[in-house]
Design a protein around this ligand. Structure first.
Ligand SMILES: Nc1nc2c(c(=O)[nH]1)N[C@H]1C(S)=C(S)[C@@H](COP(=O)(O)O)O[C@H]1N2
Ligand SMILES: [Mo]
Length: 206
């Protein structure tokens, strides 16, 4: 009886489907739902009030409103996401505008090596610029073909799926390009400056 309980309630949920075992980074378990993790309140941003800005070490600081953002070329991410609290969600789907498209217009200066992402509400996270380019990162506004739910960062969030999910700033409103790394909220609180799940870069010094 207890075996049955454990199998359904614990291992059944936490083991990935057949053939997907290799997609779980070290120390992660399989999550079939989509947990919500937010430090403060869920931000409520109407698309009318939404803006996204790319500034700092760029040739042109650029700001989009919802309409000009929607006019940009779009692409889709099909794949996995990994939270530092140890859940991984496999085979999920987001669409939006790649950071490459935003940077094409803003044009990073040669000294730009790091990015500080800022959200409505004040959450921040830092990411090396190299981790946001070449099709690895998006400002995503849909999940599974639906408008991104507010609790998951809608109208739009940063999506950097190859790094731990705290780098994927919900309600993102600004990407600032910097010459020196400037730590964000979790990074100042002991989390890794980069956060590669395959290298288990959870905490500062990992
Ligand atoms: N603005 C904002 N973005 C955020 C967070 C947050 O608290 N505020 N939490 C981060 C963390 S720790 C994780 S794991 C993911 C969670 O995203 P989800 O709630 O869509 O699963 O968002 C990241 N982005
Ligand atoms: Mo997280």
């Amino acid at each position: 009886m207890s075996g049955g309980f454990i199998s359904r309630g614990f291992f059944g949920k936490r083991r990935p489907p057949e053939g997907m075992e290799g997609r779980l980074p070290p120390g992660q378990y399989y999550e079939s739902g989509f947990p919500v993790l937010t430090v403060g309140p869920t931000e409520k941003i109407e698309t009318d009030a939404w803006t996204l800005r790319v500034d700092g070490l760029v040739e042109h600081a650029v700001e989009w409103n919802w309409n000009s953002f929607q006019a940009l070329p779009r692409t889709t991410y099909e794949g996995d996401i990994h939270c530092v609290t140890k859940w991984s969600k496999l085979g999920t789907n987001f669409s939006g505008v790649s950071v490459d498209e935003l940077l094409k217009l803003a044009q990073p200066q040669p000294e730009a090596k790091y990015v500080l992402a800022t959200s409505f509400g004040g959450y921040t996270t830092n990411v090396p610029l190299a981790d946001l380019v070449d099709g690895k990162a998006w400002v995503a506004d849909t999940h599974e073909g639906q408008p991104l739910p507010r609790e998951h960062g809608g109208p739009a969030r940063l999506l950097v799926p190859h790094l731990y999910f705290w780098k994927s700033a919900k309600w993102v409103t600004k990407l600032t390009l910097l010459a020196e790394d400037e730590w964000g909220f979790w990074e100042r609180n002991g989390y890794h400056h980069r956060g590669d799940p395959w290298k288990e870069q959870r905490y500062t010094g990992d």
